[in-house]
Design a protein around this ligand. Sequence first.
Ligand code: G4F
Length: 329
Amino acid sequence: MIHSPQQKRAFITGITGQDGSYLAELLLSKGYLVYGLVRRVAFEDEAHRMPRIAHLLDRIELIPGSLESFPSLYGAIRKTQPDEVYHLAAQSYVSTSFDDEFSTLNANINGTHNMLAACRDLAPQARFYFAATSEMFGRPTQVPQDESTPFLPSSAYGISKVAGFHLTKNYRETYGIFACSGILYNHESPRRGFEFVTRKITSHAAMIKHGVKKQLELGNLDARRDWGHAREYMEAVWAMLQQKQPKDYVICTGRLHSVREFCRTAFERLGLDYREHVVSSDKFFRTDPEQLVGNPALATKDLGWHSRVSFQDLVYEMVDHDLAYYKAK
Ligand code: G4F
């Protein structure tokens, strides 16, 4: 990659994921030199293992490494000398964290610690972002939640993120690093993984429309979430690292919708009635927090950020994408 000395350098973990791919696009549009940490095995078949960043591969540099390996992160930070570090990578599927607490805690806590320690030693001037989550609130004592709401995590995933949040805060307070956490509520897009409920719904609705599936099995249809668009959440993430002082921010829409409403909107977009296709099964039930909804006031005040994409537009974008995706298959 050809670059000028004035170009800012960004290092992203989790660059192959939904958020990482949108963030890489945003940073490239702002003239950054973008580096991404990728597991060595992914290099064996870039086109298939990295579909979300396939269109960016000639404009970014991928560095092989793993969050569990401190030496590989050390080497990556030494090589790239970033101005900004976005630590997004994690085991982020809440259900999996119940099935495998050990790997969730190991990857998420040690991975964050390894990243922070490598940055402290090799790039202490770099600004550091940690991808925290509304799952840290668990069953919240306050509705809506904001930056002062106590954390009461109710999954190994939530616990691992609370630890990452406190590690990040500790590096800010103890070592003077510009380190902050974004407490992001659910954020979705056509690039969302198929195991998450929104993409599960839009992909199945599209397959049902094309006649290759008949039914969609979900868990609790009355579960509610504060769903926003991942692309615009990455704008808030970038803005956090441009502030004068590092601070933690809640990023959300402030509006709750149910899984049922998501189904109704998605199926209606395709001229279908969800009640004829969606069934609720115990297999996918979880004990869920009732009122996980955020207050984005601080982000609006400091970052000038607020969510602009409506719930309906988000659902329609995902459905339209999946309709075309399964047609092409
Ligand atoms: O899409 P979900 O699996 O996302 P969840 O668990 O809220 O977590 C996501 O958002 C968090 C906040 O940003 C992140 F920290 C986390 O990493 C991840 O990105 O489930 C959403 C809701 C839940 O209430 C779940 O119980 O949908 C409910 N649900 C109902 N039926 C289902 C299903 N979820 C899934 N995945 N599959 C179902 O069949």
